[in-house]
Ligand binder design. Structure first.
Ligand SMILES: *Cc1c(COP(=O)(O)O)cnc(C)c1O
Length: 465
């Protein structure tokens, strides 16, 4: 990926650099050619800023890496952008223009992808508890794949498709027993959780739930079995989990072929590719993981004597996470004397910003760690131990648990948190009735509002009194 001259390194987007000494705001952070002072003046704070070129480059990098690796072993790949990471009409268009398809996980996400002009055939619909309305919308718009997540859902999709005289293309989501990811809550392929159907035998010792669902799909004339789907977790930094999951899925595919004569066309290996959140951290390299997974798929198919499937993957975070930065304004700064575990006391500087857990719930939800910098100016002051906190009525309202900030950080400073492009805006809430921040795209020296800031009028409009 091409980086701006003076790029500060991970976890900043590729266009990020500090303005020179002769700039209007010397030392300010510049994103997509736009300085943070101009961004704050035009769009206010807090604001989600997305580097469009960075997003596009990452989307391309994943598509090209997987296409190249799988072409080499002799099959094709589709890359679905996991829209739940961040979905706006413009973002869905960027994904499509870079040759990606779009995965959705609700009627709302589906509506945004359709509004962006993504053809139904290039959209997937996920969800462990889809409503009839969501399934109906997917059928109406010719969604290319409905990923079914339970035996009951096989019947529901079959009935709704039959009612319409349609044949629904479905994949069955399976769990392979592979554990991977940054946090237990985002590791989705172990057995004791709500997603998917196990490839291992069920409690009654009969067919594995995954096999039972595949057989059930084959038995329904209003369903077409497209393939098998596995998503093993999120923020995965080691490609071995994907290989292990691929093996389990391909074995199930071969077993199904042996029993029924049907060799499903497609295997989806999900998303979860990890990114750098802190300076010095390394992201998963798409080329390396693509090569390893392609090699594993080819080897296992050869061992099993089955033809290669078409493969699909679903990166979300790895495409949009590093492209996004949250821009805040510093308010209250408070030194707090803290007693450590060893009994010694030290000072922690609590730096409050004008947002918090409503625009980034991940630190509170998963203990996620982030990196922050004072970005409106350069400071010659030494660094001090700081904690960036929000303005909500919770002591757990922490944005950055621990970071070194210049000792002169003060009210009015602009502060940016890096790598917030994924699961920031998409998980945002109105807690304390804060209005959700805008999503602003930057590119080639210009900024563009993609989603406007909510207003108090928006909040009042929903309250019917
Ligand atoms: C969340 C999710 C993804 C995307 O995960 P990332 O960690 O953002 O890459 C892909 N597929 C499914 C089924 C998901 O639930």
């Amino acid at each position: 990926m091409e980086r701006a001259e003076g790029w500060p390194g991970e976890p900043w987007p590729s266009s990020a650099h500090r303005a020179g000494a002769d700039a209007g705001h010397p030392g300010e952070l510049v994103l997509g050619g736009v300085g943070v002072h101009a961004l704050a003046a035009e769009h206010g704070t807090p604001a989600y800023v997305v580097d469009e070129a960075d997003f596009r480059a990452r989307a391309r990098a994943y598509r090209e890496a997987f296409e190249t690796a799988f072409a080499r072993v002799g099959t094709g790949v589709d890359v679905y952008y996991a829209g739940k990471a961040l979905l706006t009409v413009a973002v869905a268009r960027w994904a499509r223009e870079e040759g990606l398809r779009v995965d959705t996980a609700s009627g709302g996400e589906l509506a945004v992808a359709l509004r962006a002009g993504v053809p139904g055939a290039e959209i997937g619909l996920h969800g462990n508890n889809k409503s009839d309305g969501e399934i109906g919308a997917a059928l109406e718009h010719g969604v290319g794949r409905i990923i079914v997540d339970s035996l009951a859902e096989v019947d529901r999709v079959a009935a709704l498709a039959a009612e319409r005289g349609a044949v629904a293309p479905v994949m069955v989501r399976v769990t392979t027993g592979v554990h991977a990811g940054g946090h237990e809550y985002i590791s989705t392929a172990h057995e004791d959780q709500k997603f998917g159907l196990s490839v291992n035998p069920g409690p009654d010792g009969g067919d594995a739930p995954a096999m039972a669902a595949l057989l059930a799909v084959l038995a329904r004339p209003s369903l077409r079995l497209l393939g098998i789907h596995s998503h093993i977790g999120s923020q995965i930094l080691d490609g071995a989990g994907f290989e292990a999951a691929a093996r389990a899925v391909l074995r199930l595919r071969a077993d199904l072929a042996e029993r029924t004569g049907t060799l499903v066309e497609e295997v989806d290996l999900g998303g979860g590719y990890g990114i750098a959140y802190l300076p010095g951290e390394e992201a998963l390299d798409p080329r390396a993981v693509a090569e390893d997974v392609a090699a594993a798929v080819a080897t296992v198919c050869e061992e099993l004597g089955t033809e290669l499937p078409r493969v699909s993957i679903e990166p979300g975070r790895a495409v949009v996470g590093p492209a996004g930065v949250t821009l805040y304004r510093v308010g209250t700064v408070k030194p707090v004397l803290v007693t450590g575990e060893d009994g010694a006391t030290f000072t922690r500087l609590y730096v409050s910003v004008d947002g918090g857990m409503s625009d980034n719930i991940r630190p509170a939800l998963y203990g996620a760690r982030y990196h922050a910098e004072v970005v409106g100016r350069r400071s010659a002051e030494p660094g001090v131990l700081a904690r960036v906190v929000g303005k909500h009525c919770e002591s757990g309202d922490i944005v950055v648990h621990e970071v070194e900030l210049p000792a002169d950080v003060r009210a009015g400073d602009l502060l940016a948190v890096a790598a917030t492009g994924a699961y920031g805006r998409s998980m945002a809430s109105n807690y304390n009735l804060l209005t959700r921040p805008p999503v602003v795209a930057v590119r080639d020296g210009a900024s563009r509002l993609l989603v406007r800031r909510e207003t108090v009028e928006d909040l009042l409009a929903l309250d019917l009194g």
